[in-house]
Design a binder for this molecule. Sequence first.
Ligand code: NAG
Ligand code: NAG
Ligand code: NAG
Ligand code: NAG
Ligand code: NAG
Ligand code: NAG
Ligand code: NAG
Length: 449
Amino acid sequence: MRYLTVLTALLGAVSAAPSLVYRAKSPFSVADPGTAEDIVITADNTLNGTFHSPNTTIVNKNAIHSRALAGNLPIKLINNFSGNQVNAYISGLDSDNRVVFIAADGSLIYPSSGGSSVPVPINSNIAIPLPSQGNSITVTLPIVLSSARIYFSEGNLQFFMVKIPNGDGLVQPSPTNLSDPSSGINWGFVELTYTNALAVFANISYVDFVGMILSMSLSTKDGSGTQITKGLDSGAVSQICNGLVQQGNADGYPWASLCVANSAGTPIRALSPGDYTAINSAGFQNYWNGYVDQVWNQYTNNPLTINTQSSGNVNCQVSGGTLNCSGDNRGYAKPSAADIWGCNSGPFAIQGGDNAIHVAVVPRLCAAFVRSTLLIAGGNIQPGVSASQYYTVSPTNHYSRLVHQYEVDGRGYAFPYDDVNPDGNENASGVLSSGSPDTLTVSVGAPLS
Ligand SMILES: *[C@@H]1O[C@H](CO)[C@@H](O)[C@H](O)[C@H]1NC(C)=O
Ligand SMILES: *[C@@H]1O[C@H](CO)[C@@H](O)[C@H](O)[C@H]1NC(C)=O
Ligand SMILES: *[C@@H]1O[C@H](CO)[C@@H](O)[C@H](O)[C@H]1NC(C)=O
Ligand SMILES: *[C@@H]1O[C@H](CO)[C@@H](O)[C@H](O)[C@H]1NC(C)=O
Ligand SMILES: *[C@@H]1O[C@H](CO)[C@@H](O)[C@H](O)[C@H]1NC(C)=O
Ligand SMILES: *[C@@H]1O[C@H](CO)[C@@H](O)[C@H](O)[C@H]1NC(C)=O
Ligand SMILES: *[C@@H]1O[C@H](CO)[C@@H](O)[C@H](O)[C@H]1NC(C)=O
């Protein structure tokens, strides 16, 4: 509210120069797309194959069938997007661990880096143009794929190949680097694994960011019916960004900067607070300190019960600054903000040799922090309170709160351990899976009905 008041005052004072006011008050991070030279290769934006060929190879779909490579998964891509031309891109690793794209006609494109250790753009025809809104196209996946993604973008996404020590890697668009060549484009993806046993796992994840609106369903051949993850509402990015602006006005943290706007000032994606750390590592550094101290005080004097859902309940208590759980091979130091956003560093880093209790406590403890359920009624048992009690006190992960608020069916990971849930049937995971898949359908722009 403070922001609105200030804005109104400014608008009144300098109405002769409204564009100045607009620029001064834009609360979002702004995309500033660069070129191939601006690409920084990280573990987060690369898909590393162990194969290198000196040139790009295209295998047409008839040749694939004569080579009898396993796989035959129809993927129906529905355009329900009200903006400009949408492209899809299907990438992954084949059974030889080689980077491959599936073209619109079902042929395979194996792009090459040509031996360059500087990322080179893929110039082959990897884009699958979607027909106009209301229409669909079906592409059949002719081979099994791991670490696959089905990308969607308004306009062209830019992918690059790079020579890596033991093969060729794919450099993918980075949501967090404001100078990534695709930074100013509205894009998103679903994750896909199509196993050697011809099972399908498909995932809509908001762990890193919310971008292009996607929704999916999986029909099956074994009579088990059709699974669906509806995903977010069409207007979710602007709704989430409005919510983040409000949250920032209320608590003074840079929640609004989680949103990345294009050059026109329109928000095109919302980053999770953990991913936002790549842009601004100081913004939320102390955000959780007070809450963590309160939790540590609370569970110095009272036991915290973790229901491992595999090895029964374990009792945990803080002593000497460490939270220890019975039967656990090691204790937990106080987590930092980065530890809570990512659930995989500091006390939440799982190491080789950690026992089954430790491996079960980490996700449940981190989920309890992310959802801020440790100090509310019933919070002494984790997981325990129902989803309606998640994110009801501050501090909390307001990004996750807002993502779930605008999810049509409440499903789709908004942090890495969103599949932690009380015993029973609540499950926030947006994973679809079947050992006997028929057709995978992905809709872009609006939820499937
Ligand atoms: C983004 O790329 C620029 C240009 O190469 C680089 O300086 C910067 O560190 C990168 N930022 C992140 C968050 O990776
Ligand atoms: C892929 O290889 C590059 C170069 O060796 C490395 O920087 C990057 O972290 C690797 N990516 C993954 C996901 O391991
Ligand atoms: C691609 O490289 C292979 C060697 O891996 C070579 O046999 C083939 O002739 C090359 N094709 C073209 C079009 O350069
Ligand atoms: C708690 O864990 C720490 C670190 O693993 C250990 O040093 C300490 O002895 C444990 N305390 C109790 C009471 O088990
Ligand atoms: C789905 O995505 C979440 C978040 O990225 C990840 O933790 C989980 O392992 C994925 N599940 C599957 C089956 O791919
Ligand atoms: C939630 O669903 C996911 C994907 O189907 C599964 O991996 C996970 O174990 C489920 N969690 C619970 C608590 O049932
Ligand atoms: C487009 O989205 C709307 C809203 O979710 C839905 O009612 C409609 O069925 C969708 N159209 C197609 C072709 O899927």
